[in-house]
Design a protein around this ligand. Structure first.
Ligand code: ATP
Length: 292
C-alpha cells in the first residue's frame, strides 16, 4: 500500500516567552496557524527497516531526518514488524521558522497510523510526537491553536479564514534558534510580559482573526538586532502593502497579510529574487492532508 500526503508550514501569529525552565527549554505561549506552503511525502510499505530520502536544501536523508525518528518511534511503540520507505520533497525552506521538520514528522505519524491500521487517539500520537519536537503535536491538529508549555500543549482555536493571503519571505541567511534564545536570556526575559494580551484575546472569543491586528513575537527584537538587514526585508514587504510584517518563530522567515483583493501575486513575488524562498500562502485548516 502507498500513502501520499502534503504537510504544511506554520506561522506564529503570537509568541511570548514566559521564562527558562530547569530542563533547558523555554516556557512559551504561542498562537500558530498552518499555511499552504507544503512538502510532499510519499510512503510505501516494505518488508523491513525504515528508509528516508529527502530532496531539498539543508535537509538530511536517513536517520537524522525527523521523519525517520517519527517512523522509528511509532513502529517501536506500536509493535509493528513491517518497514516503510519515505520520500520527502521539500517545498518548505528548512531551518526557517516555518516548522517544516516538525510538520513532516507529524504527517509521517499520521500516514503510518493509517498504513499500519493503528487505532490510536490523536492525543496518543501527539504525546509521541512531543518527544520528537515541540511543534509536532500542533501539526497533528493544524489550523490555528494556542500552544503552551514548550509548545507541545495544543488548544485548538478556530482557523483563520482561507481567504486571507500571507506574503511569506525567507531571506537568504540563517538565524540560529539557540543564539536567539541565549540572547533573550541575557536581557529580554526581564522585560514585562505581554502574555496577558493573548489570554485576553483568547478569553474574548478565541478568535485568531483579532490577532491579525495584534501580531507579536517576543523573539523579533532579538533577531532584528542580531540581523539588522531583517528590517530592510520587512520594509520591502510593508511597501508592497503588508500592514504588519512579523518574524515567524525564531526566523529568518517574515510574513505579512496582503490587502484583500490584491491580484498581482506574480508581480509581488518577482520583487524577491534574492530571497531563499518567497510565496503567497493561505491559512489551512489542517496541518497535513492525505492525497488521493
Ligand atoms: P522551528 O520553527 O520548529 O524551529 P524550523 O522551521 O526553523 O523549525 P526545520 O525546517 O524544522 O526548522 O528544520 C530544522 C533542522 O532540522 C534543519 O536544519 C534540518 O537539518 C533538520 N531536519 C531534520 N528533518 C527535517 C525535515 N524533514 N525537514 C526539514 N528539516 C529537517
Amino acid at each position: 500500500m502507498k500513502i501520499c500526503l502534503e504537510s504544511y508550514a506554520k506561522v506564529n501569529l503570537f509568541l511570548e516567552v514566559l521564562g527558562e525552565r530547569t530542563d533547558g527549554y523555554h516556557e512559551i505561549e504561542t498562537v500558530m496557524q498552518s499555511v499552504s506552503i507544503r512538502d510532499r511525502i510519499d510512503m510505501e510499505e516494505k518488508e523491513e527497516g525504515i528508509e528516508v530520502v529527502a530532496e531539498g536544501a539543508g535537509v538530511p536523508s536517513g536517520e537524522e531526518n525527523l521523519a525517520h525518528r517519527a517512523a522509528t518511534l511509532l513502529r517501536r511503540e506500536a509493535g509493528v514488524r513491517a518497514g516503510c520507505s519515505i520520500r520527502i520533497r521539500k517545498g518548505i525552506p528548512a531551518a526557517a521558522g516555518l516548522g517544516g521538520g516538525s510538520g513532516d514528522a507529524a504527517a509521517v505519524l499520521a500516514g503510518l497510523h493509517r498504513l499500519w491500521r493503528l487505532d490510536w487517539p490523536r492525543e496518543r500520537l501527539a504525546a509521541l510526537g512531543a518527544t520528537i519536537g515541540s511543534d509536532v503535536p500542533f501539526f497533528l491538529w493544524g489550523g490555528a491553536a494556542l500552544c503552551t508549555g514548550r509548545g507541545e500543549i495544543v488548544e485548538p482555536l478556530p482557523s483563520l479564514s482561507q481567504r486571507h493571503r500571507f506574503l511569506i519571505v525567507t531571506p537568504p541567511f540563517q538565524v540560529s534558534t539557540r543564539f536567539i534564545y541565549n540572547e533573550l536570556n541575557r536581557y529580554a526575559l526581564t522585560r514585562p510580559k505581554v502574555w496577558s494580551k493573548v489570554k485576553c484575546v483568547h478569553g474574548l472569543g478565541s478568535d485568531p482573526e483579532c490577532m491579525l491586528h495584534r501580531l507579536w513575537n517576543r523573539l523579533e527584537e532579538v533577531a532584528f538586532s542580531a540581523r539588522p538587514s531583517l528590517r530592510e526585508w520587512a520594509d520591502r514587504m510593508e511597501r508592497l502593502g503588508c500592514s504588519r510584517v512579523l518574524l515567524s518563530g525564531s526566523g529568518p522567515t517574515l510574513f505579512g497579510l496582503l490587502p484583500r483583493g490584491e491580484r498581482d501575486e506574480i508581480g509581488i513575488l518577482s520583487r524577491f529574487p534574492d530571497s531563499r524562498h518567497a510565496s503567497i500562502a493561505h491559512p489551512t485548516t489542517t496541518g497535513y492532508r492525505f492525497m488521493r
